[in-house]
Design a protein around this ligand. Sequence first.
Ligand code: EPU
Length: 358
Amino acid sequence: MSTQTTGESISLASLTSLGVGGHAGRFVCVTDRTSLQVEVRQARAQNSRIYLLGGGSNLVVADEGVNGTVVQVAIKGQTILEETAEGIRIRVNAGEVWDDFVAHAVNNQWAGVECMSGIPGWVGAAPIQNIGAYGQEVASVIEQVEVLDLNTGRFENYSNSECQFSYRSSAFKKNKATPKAVVSVTFKLKKKNEGLVQYRDLQADFASSGQAPELQHVRDAVLRIRGNKSMLLEDKDPNGQSAGSFFTNPILDEEGRTQLLQKTEGAPPIYPYGDRYKTSAAWLIEQAGFEKGFALGAAALSSKHTLAITNQGNASSAEIVHLAKVIQAKVWDRWQILLIPEPQFWGFDPHPLMEQAP
Ligand code: EPU
């Protein structure tokens, strides 16, 4: 059994890619299932609220920090459950770095996650917000998610349909009353050395290169495109301190689409999404008057992509939230379209941004 406790005074800023936020009341990093269960039981016995942490790449922590117990689920390892001529079933523990898993899959010529190359964070967070990029969503390759229910202290398995995946969401994200710690994710991947080239940016990349889209080629292209947009969250990149996309792309019904067209000169990006439409949050932000690099204090939009809010060095959490609020309000005033925040927020009560239309 292994738990590493780092005392009372750990700064959560140092554990997040955005680099803002105060301290945790108590911080523990667990590296196996039993320790997770023990720590959760102990926190509950002490009436301490539990905050679950993975790689910290999708998280905004308040300057005041949090009073409860932060549990980082750093359980590592993976097991091949089944291998046939067609494909593979592999169980990957929550603490594995997501992109290491993608690199491993691509290396072994297992298809299904190559377009999600370069997404920051750990495997355990992937199902929570149904990560996706360049035409792939993790929901399409997940067979099962194993969780620890924080209320009952018991392990449970969720099938793909029980996860209720939708765009950047899942049952785990929605059901806040029954919080779950993801322990492992079982993926079903195909043995096929052919990458998915569906998204416009990728198609453009392959049209000019003339390469056959092998998995490694697609991974390389995605990493290049993400790098050009500063979406790799690298330390050396001045846009690297961010939480990735700060807002989700709005989903519009027919009326919303008509209104957007009426209130906009030119052609807004609108893509079919089931029986509705998806528009681009980055585009709305730009059209509302916020250029790439727009800054308020030490919080700034990425100079490469208006959807990422960055910490330009010594930003406070309040500055990050202020910039996000200003953007959300302006987009709402202009189109009555609500930009829904994408990262998790800790230590704010109530949520500092609008989560629903006023
Ligand atoms: N655009 C702008 N200005 C910008 C950037 C983009 O106007 O600065 C417009 C363009 O019209 C562009 C469109 O936005 O065609 C879409 O941009 P992009 O392809 O970069 O994708 P996105 O919709 O902004 C989503 C995901 C990303 C994912 C990319 C690529 C969400 C919230 N974000 O971004 O995921 O990498 O697609 O597939 O769905 C994340 O979730 O944190 C994330 C980075």
